[in-house]
Design a protein around this ligand. Structure first.
Ligand code: ZN
Length: 338
């Protein structure tokens, strides 16, 4: 038996147009978790003569904990040195800047559901290259009022990167965030808290406030032998008993299911202790984004579009209704030949 299927060409053309319009076409972005290419328009945003000339660190030195003997550039990981503009905590007692890093991921969705049920807003520092395949998650977070901050494109140790590369890491990430949400972020968090005066100068010239934390949940240790996942909630419980003259900013991660799953426990601990969970921008009293998100600039659905070099293709599965439509109306003639 032979089966011949005839497809209406006019419908196919219409179908393709609909797919183009309705999917979040994030083709052409640099690859996942790989340093992005430099762009002259990004580099031109920074006056390189005003960037302090801190020497580049070696990944090997960072890995084995080798620190410089002097610290003229206030290199945070070794000396815990901070400058007055660094944001480590919320200024007001009982305010709590709850932050999750390294997403967006599928596990971010459960956190968003949880926060919605409590009517809470927090801060997500996202890795730009991970937005490409999870733009719907990022858009939801933004539309539900959460703050979105830059956490680089590929999550490198920034002090190991040349200045142009640091600029690219931040600006590619900001660009995809703006592309998806319609708003440019105003805050960045250096991966591993690896920053010094050179990184501060670059971030500042690009318009970002540098946010780290004063309460590390240490959830990033979860793969260590002997680590008990209950320690994350225990850390939060212990912090509730501390006397403090300021609020705090805590560090957690939504990259891994097991750490993201601690969010309900953490939110429960903080709310029972009457802490005011809020985005970092709110606890500081400064805007979260550069472009006020007017109703016209905020994307109302996954209609983001894109640009740039080569890379990955995002498939928006929420558009599966189009495939069903295609099968019902597009395939309009069946010939069965015996
Ligand atoms: Zn990170």
């Amino acid at each position: 038996m032979k089966i011949i299927i005839r497809i209406n060409p006019l419908f196919v053309a219409l179908f393709c147009l609909l797919v183009q319009l309705s999917t979040c076409d994030l083709t052409g972005w640099p690859a996942l978790d790989v340093p992005p290419p430099n762009r002259t328009d990004f580099t031109a945003k920074v006056d390189l003569t005003k960037v302090r000339n801190a020497p580049l660190n070696l990944v090997s030195n960072i890995a084995n904990g080798t620190c410089p003997t002097t610290d003229p550039y206030c290199y945070n990981p070794c000396s815990k040195c901070t400058r007055s503009d660094d944001i480590l905590h919320c200024p007001t007692v009982n305010d709590w800047g709850l932050t999750f890093d390294d997403g967006p991921t599928n596990d971010t969705i459960a956190i968003l559901d949880l926060l919605k049920s409590y009517n809470l807003k927090i801060t997500f520092f996202v890795v730009g290259s991970r937005v490409v395949s999870k733009s719907d998650v990022l858009l939801r977070a933004f539309q539900e009022g959460h703050q979105i901050g830059v956490h680089t494109w590929s999550h490198p140790y920034l002090t190991t990167q040349a200045t142009e590369q640091v600029i690219s890491e931040l600006e590619w990430s900001a660009e995809i965030i703006k592309n998806v949400t319609g708003a440019r972020p105003l805050y960045m968090r250096p991966p591993y808290s690896d920053y010094d005066d050179r990184i501060r100068d670059i971030a500042s010239q690009l318009g970002y406030r540098v946010v780290v934390w004063d309460k590390d949940s240490e959830d990033w240790h979860f793969k260590d032998p002997g680590f008990q996942i209950s320690w994350i909630a225990s850390n939060f419980s212990a912090w509730m008993n501390e006397k403090s003259t300021t609020g705090h900013i805590s560090l957690e991660h939504d990259l891994f299911t097991v750490t993201a799953q601690q969010a309900p426990l953490v939110v429960d601990i903080l709310t029972k202790a009457k802490r005011n969970i809020k985005p970092v921008a709110d606890c500081l009293g400064f805007p979260a984004v550069a472009t006020p998100a007017s109703s016209s600039s905020v994307k109302s659905s996954s209609t983001c579009r894109s640009v740039k070099s080569s890379a990955t293709m995002d498939i928006n599965y929420s558009n599966s209704w189009l495939i069903i439509l295609f099968l019902i109306f597009g395939v309009n003639n069946y010939y069965y030949i015996l």
